[in-house]
Design a protein around this ligand. Structure first.
Ligand code: 5GP
Ligand code: ZN
Length: 112
């Protein structure tokens, strides 16, 4: 998608600090980290937000979590938070689905 920063990162038009890539997903360090580890995993398919997924995306969305588990295992990160913001009021600023992996510090619950 032409106007999407994350599609530009996938295409290499915008540089990123890559941590993982396969045919379906790309993961890179967040440019504005909220914790010692803050990685974003994105599907290479442009889907704006979780509200847009359908049953045909079940495998893709499952794979997003498997990729997160793989990345955390590689980084020996046992405790972490996975976050997907959906919509502006929930804090979504980039409208290409992304899973935040946040870890390396203790976190409070519930979130603000
Ligand atoms: P959201 O607020 O949509 O859930 O998360 C978007 C995330 O993308 C934010 O944490 C923000 O710091 C990150 N981000 C925005 N633009 C870029 C970029 O160009 N490069 C990287 N690496 N992260 C970005
Ligand atoms: Zn996109």
């Amino acid at each position: 998608m032409d106007d999407c920063i994350f599609c530009k990162i996938i295409d290499g038009e915008i540089p990123s600090d890559k941590v993982y890539e396969d045919e379906t997903f790309l993961a890179f360090n967040d440019v504005n980290p909220q914790a010692p580890t803050h990685i974003l995993i994105i599907p290479k398919k442009h889907i704006p937000k979780i509200s847009d997924i359908t049953e045909s995306d079940n495998e893709l969305i499952g794979g997003l979590f498997t990729a997160a588990a793989k990345i955390c295992k590689e980084k020996s990160l046992s405790d972490f938070r996975l976050v997907i913001n959906n919509g502006e009021d929930a804090g979504q600023t980039v409208f290409h689905i992304h899973l935040h992996i946040i870890g390396g510090r203790s976190m409070e619950w519930p979130p603000g």
